[in-house]
Design a protein around this ligand. Structure first.
Ligand code: HAM
Length: 415
C-alpha cells in the first residue's frame, strides 16, 4: 500500500476549523467595524504582485525582499511574488487612479500576506493584516487620527488602557543624527534594521561597530540623548487631550521598512507573559514616487491577526464560540422527513439558520449532536407536531422549553 499523505498544513500556515474560523471572523469583523467607524473604506487586491514591486529601491526592507518573499516564475516567465505586505500594493493602486480619487483618502483592507519566516510565537508564514492608511495629509493630525484609531481598535477588542501601550518616535530625529555622522545609503539601511532589532540582538554594540566602526559609540550616545521633536510633542499632547494617556515617546522605535519618513509607532502588550510588539506603522510620504513624480503624504499601520489573537488569549478576551446555526430540527419519526424540510424552508425564509437531521438516530442522540455542535436551539418533530402545528422549542443551555406555533419560532429565537 502506498504511504499516506500527512494531514499537517504547510509549515507556518494555519487551518481554520470552525471554532478557529469563528475567532478569525470576530477579529476581522472587529477590525473592519472600527476602521469603518472612522470613515475608512474597504479595498482589496490580488495576492499576486509582480516581483519588481518589492525589489525597487526604497520600496521595502531588504530582509523581506531577499529572504522572506515567496517568489516564483510563472508560465510566461514573469517573476511573481505573493504579497509580503499591503503597503506597496495600495501605493500602486493609488498612483494608478490618483486623479480620480478624493483626498484625503481613508482606506482599509484585511489581506492575507506571506513571509517566509521562521515560525514562532507571533510570527507565521501567512497572516491576515489590517491595514489602515490615510493619504493626502501632511499635518500631524493624520498621525493623531491613525493612532486614535489604533487605540479604539484595542478597546473594541475589550482591552483597557492598562493592557497596552503606544510608543511613538520620529524618524526625522534619526535622520538628523545620521546626517551629522555621515551615515548614508546602504550603511544607513543596515543601521536602521539593526536598530529595529535592537531588543532582540544579543551583541548589539558589536554589530553596530561592524557597520559603523568608531561612529558606533557616537551614534548610540546621540540616540540616547535624542529625546523628542516638535512633531512628537504636538502629537503627544493631542492624544492626551483625546484621553489617550497610554502613549509615550520612545526613540528606540524605528520600524523595519525603509519607506517610513517621519513619525513611527508601535503598540505593545503590557502583560509580562506577552511583552511584545502587537502592531505598528507610521508616516511614509514618498512611496508613490515609485510610480510617478508627485509624492503623496501617507500615514498608516498594519495590525496582524496572530499577535492580536495572542493578546486576546493573554488577557482572557477571546470570544466564546457559538454556532452560526440557530436551530436543529430533530426527527422523531421517518415519515415526517419531508414535513421537516418544509418547516426548515419556511424558517430559513424568515432569516433563521436551520440544520435538519438526516440520519436514522434516536432523538436523544440527535439532541446530543446539536449540543456538541453548540447549536443553541432544538425542536423535535414527529407525527403529533406535524398534525397540530405546535412545537416544543428547547433552549439547550438553560433547558427551557416553550410551546410555539410555526409563525412564532423566529421571534422566540431572536428575542
Ligand atoms: P510590519 O511591522 O511588517 O508592517 O507588520 C505589521 C504587523 O503585522 C506586525 O506588527 C504584526 O502584527 C504583523 N506581522 C508581521 N509579520 C508577521 C508574521 N510573520 N506573522 C504574523 N504577524 C506578522 C507592515 O507590514 C507595514 N506595511 C504596515 C503599514 C501599513 N505601515 C503603513 N501602513
Amino acid at each position: 500500500m502506498s504511504e499516506k499523505l500527512s494531514t499537517e498544513p504547510y509549515k507556518g500556515v494555519r487551518d481554520f476549523y470552525p471554532e478557529e474560523q469563528f475567532v478569525h471572523n470576530y477579529i476581522r469583523e472587529t477590525m473592519a467595524a472600527v476602521a469603518e467607524s472612522f470613515g475608512y473604506s474597504e479595498y482589496s487586491a490580488s495576492i499576486l504582485e509582480p516581483s519588481e514591486l518589492y525589489s525597487s529601491k526604497g520600496a521595502a526592507n531588504e530582509e523581506i525582499v531577499n529572504e522572506q518573499t515567496y517568489t516564483f516564475t510563472d508560465r510566461g516567465k514573469r517573476q511573481v511574488t505573493l504579497r509580503p505586505e499591503m503597503t506597496p500594493t495600495v501605493a500602486r493602486m493609488l498612483a494608478a487612479k490618483r486623479r480620480e480619487l478624493a483626498f484625503p483618502l481613508r482606506w482599509y483592507s484585511v489581506p492575507n500576506v506571506f513571509r517566509y519566516e521562521r515560525p514562532q510565537r507571533g510570527r507565521l508564514r501567512e497572516h491576515w493584516q489590517l491595514n489602515c492608511d490615510i493619504f493626502g495629509v501632511t499635518e500631524v493630525t493624520a498621525e493623531a487620527e491613525i493612532i486614535s484609531l489604533a487605540s479604539a481598535l484595542m478597546h473594541a477588542f475589550g482591552a483597557t488602557s492598562e493592557d497596552f501601550e503606544i510608543r511613538i518616535s520620529d524618524r526625522a530625529l534619526l535622520e538628523s543624527i545620521f546626517t551629522e555622522l555621515s551615515v548614508t545609503g546602504d550603511e544607513k539601511a543596515t543601521v536602521m534594521r539593526l536598530l529595529d532589532k535592537r531588543a532582540k540582538t544579543e551583541n548589539f554594540m558589536n554589530a553596530l561597530t561592524e557597520v559603523l566602526g568608531e561612529r558606533a559609540r557616537e551614534l548610540d550616545d546621540r540616540l540616547s540623548r535624542a529625546s523628542s521633536s516638535t512633531a512628537l510633542e504636538s502629537l503627544l499632547s493631542t492624544l492626551n487631550e483625546r484621553g489617550i494617556h497610554n502613549v509615550s515617546i520612545d526613540t528606540s522605535i524605528v520600524r523595519g521598512f525603509d519607506y517610513y519618513t517621519g513619525i513611527v509607532f508601535e503598540v505593545f502588550d503590557t502583560a509580562s507573559e506577552n511583552n511584545r510588539s502587537l502592531f505598528g506603522g507610521g508616516r511614509y510620504d514618498n512611496l508613490t514616487s515609485l510610480f510617478d513624480t508627485e509624492p503623496l503624504p501617507a500615514v498608516g499601520f498594519g495590525m496582524g491577526d496572530v499577535t492580536v489573537r495572542d493578546f486576546l488569549e493573554t488577557h482572557n478576551l477571546l470570544p466564546e464560540y457559538s454556532s452560526s446555526t440557530d436551530l436543529y430540527l430533530c426527527s422523531a419519526s421517518d415519515d415526517v422527513a419531508e414535513y421537516i424540510e418544509e418547516v426548515a424552508r419556511e424558517l430559513r425564509s424568515e432569516g433563521l439558520n436551520v440544520e435538519v437531521n438526516l440520519l436514522d438516530k434516536k432523538v436523544g442522540e440527535q439532541i446530543k449532536l446539536a449540543d456538541k455542535k453548540k447549536i443553541p436551539f432544538v425542536m423535535c418533530i414527529g407525527k403529533d407536531e406535524a398534525e397540530s402545528g405546535t412545537f416544543s422549542l428547547k433552549h439547550l443551555a438553560s433547558g427551557e422549553e416553550k410551546e410555539v406555533g410555526l409563525k412564532e419560532i423566529a421571534t422566540a429565537i431572536f428575542s
